[in-house]
Design a protein. Structure first.
Length: 190
């Protein structure tokens, strides 16, 4: 029996020893009371302020997103405008190149026309100069041939024909002799 009593005493001692994992009931009650008070204070004062800060941050983030979207839309519009201006600039550059090409062609054609006209004028002036020089050479040649003929005639006739009066007399006498010779030949032939 003593074993049974000892077992009971051990069981009673064990029943009196508190479980270290479970706190006492008064600790649970007071802890629950303090947690409820803290929860009420937290819900009444701290939570609205935290919620206000969170709402403010949410608004800032949403505003930032809206600004970012607006900036993206603005950047897209600027890009579209840039592309349009670039296209217009390319079109304008092509038009200017075509105008320059047309002007260049016109300038070349005009230069060719002027060069052709200038060449024709130069040829015409050269032809006139050649004609004038030919005329001058002909006159000079006639004068030289006349002088040589007069000199030759003076040697044949035996008189100097340098003097104009004497030359005229020789020419008249030659013509008279020629007429007389022609008349004598005409008389013999009858």
């Amino acid at each position: 029996m003593s074993g049974t009593i000892a077992g009971l005493l051990t069981a009673a001692e064990e029943a009196e020893t508190p479980n270290p994992l479970l706190p006492e009931t008064y600790d649970i009650v007071w802890s629950l009371f303090i947690v409820i008070i803290l929860g009420v204070v937290f819900l009444k004062y701290a939570l609205p302020k935290i919620q206000a800060v969170l709402d403010e941050r949410t608004e800032l983030v949403e505003g930032g997103l809206a600004k970012a979207e607006a900036a993206q839309a603005e950047a897209a519009a600027a890009k579209d405008e840039y592309q349009q201006q670039l296209t217009e600039a390319r079109t304008e550059a092509a038009r200017i190149r075509e105008e320059a090409r047309a002007e260049g062609t016109a300038i070349v054609a005009e230069s060719r026309t002027r060069a052709t006209a200038e060449a024709a004028r130069i040829v015409e002036n050269a032809q006139r100069q050649i004609d004038a020089e030919r005329q001058q050479a002909s006159v000079s040649l006639r004068n030289e041939v006349g002088e040589l003929a007069t000199e030759l005639a003076s040697k044949i006739v035996g008189e100097s024909l340098a003097d104009e009066a004497r030359r005229s007399r020789v020419v008249e006498r030659f013509l008279d002799e020629l007429e007389a010779s022609t008349a004598a030949d005409a008389g013999k032939g009858n």
